[in-house]
Design a protein around this ligand. Structure first.
Ligand SMILES: N[C@@H](CCC(=O)N[C@@H](CS)C(=O)NCC(=O)O)C(=O)O
Length: 232
């Protein structure tokens, strides 16, 4: 049984997509980040960076104490190794998967996150910041589109690299036209059509039916007012 500490955001979806694909038993513990639940001391013991997702594996392979993990890329790697699926076994192909997983973590996630911040959430609409992150998101879409030109999924077969990237390709929110990226468009549609993806996103809707991308003043303070003083 995996305990999943989760909210209905792109980084959260990565892990429900994996767990649904793998058919692992899991229990969702919602952490409503708009209400500040990521600062709960019990959650911080698992995820000291006050971010979702996090997991606790109560039945680790070594039979020892439960293992707690934070950072979605590390969680995906851990889970893929646990079930020996969704990561290639052949060493060079495994490396390719790991490098694209890191590419998502270090590039697509953070840049698209800034795109959302300045495009949707920032109280002032700063053209320099919006333009910078819209262009960078477009560049990253083009990089992924190029990788996908001769393969169905990022590493050929469906892997954790795809699960990490998929929730972050949101053209409507990111001021991108998906038709400019035909291989990415085909890839996105193929992953959306997977039953496990549908289950993961249906779970998200059950937990948080809200579809708004606006944040209340209180939520903004909790999410965007963080500083060294808010680290507990
Ligand atoms: N690099 C982290 C990023 C996690 C992250 O930014 N999570 C967001 C939701 S998508 C969060 O928990 N935000 C809460 C906050 O900002 O306090 C990962 O991939 O797990």
């Amino acid at each position: 049984m995996i305990d999943l500490y989760y909210w209905t955001t792109p980084n959260g979806h990565k892990i429900t997509m994996f767990l649904e694909e793998a058919g692992l038993a899991y229990a969702i513990h919602p952490v409503n980040i708009g209400k500040g639940e990521q600062f709960d001391p019990a959650f911080l013991r698992i995820s000291p960076n006050n971010r979702i997702p996090a997991i606790v594996d109560r039945a680790p392979a070594d039979g020892g104490e439960p293992i707690g993990m934070f950072e979605s890329g590390a969680i995906l790697l851990y889970l893929a190794d646990k079930v020996e699926r969704f990561i290639p076994k052949e060493p060079r192909r495994r490396l390719d998967c790991v490098q694209w997983l890191f590419w998502q973590m270090a590039n697509l996630g953070p840049m698209a996150g800034q795109n959302h911040h300045f495009g949707l959430y920032a109280p002032e609409k700063l053209p320099y910041a919006i333009d910078r992150y819209v262009r960078e998101t477009g560049r990253l879409y083009a990089v992924l589109n190029k990788k996908l030109h001769d393969r169905e999924f990022i590493c050929g077969e469906y892997t954790i690299a795809d699960m990490a990237c998929y929730p972050w390709v949101l053209p409507e929110r990111q001021q991108q036209s998906i038709d400019d990226f035909p291989h990415l468009k085909r890839w996105k549609e193929a992953i959306r059509a997977r039953p496990a993806t549908a289950c993961a996103y249906a779970k998200a809707k059950e937990i948080n039916p809200s579809t708004t991308s606006t944040r209340s003043a209180e939520e903004r303070e909790i999410l965007f007012g963080q500083s060294k003083e808010t680290v507990r």
